[in-house]
Write a protein of this length. Structure first.
Length: 106
């Protein structure tokens, strides 16, 4: 019985359930693993999660601005490194963390 070479299409179908099986981390998971290092205590002038005054003024700029600052960094009001220094995170995971922080800060 000849097993190899397996046609590429068959291999892709066989591997599909394993590739990308992880749907990504939730906003809460990203916050707990990365963001809380600064946003739990205010390190580097980071707005503290749960402080509605600090977050409402930032939310006024709009969600796209908040996502942009989280993904690309910000240095004029404090020190927000790009991707929150979570280089293994996807942009979607970073956005989910922003959403989570805002939900917890109302």
């Amino acid at each position: 019985m000849k097993i190899w070479p397996i046609p590429v299409g068959v291999m892709l179908l066989w591997c599909a359930p394993f590739v990308g099986a992880e749907t990504g981390k939730s906003g809460e998971e990203v916050y707990q693993a990365i963001c809380q290092a600064c946003h739990a205590s205010g390190v580097g002038n980071a707005p503290v999660m749960g402080d509605p005054v600090a977050w409402s003024s930032r939310a006024e700029a709009g969600m796209e601005a908040l996502y942009d600052h989280a993904i690309n960094g910000l240095s004029d009001k404090g020190v927000m490194p790009p991707m929150g220094m979570c280089m293994q995170c996807s942009e979607e995971e970073v956005k989910a963390a922003v959403d989570y922080i805002l939900e917890q800060s109302r």
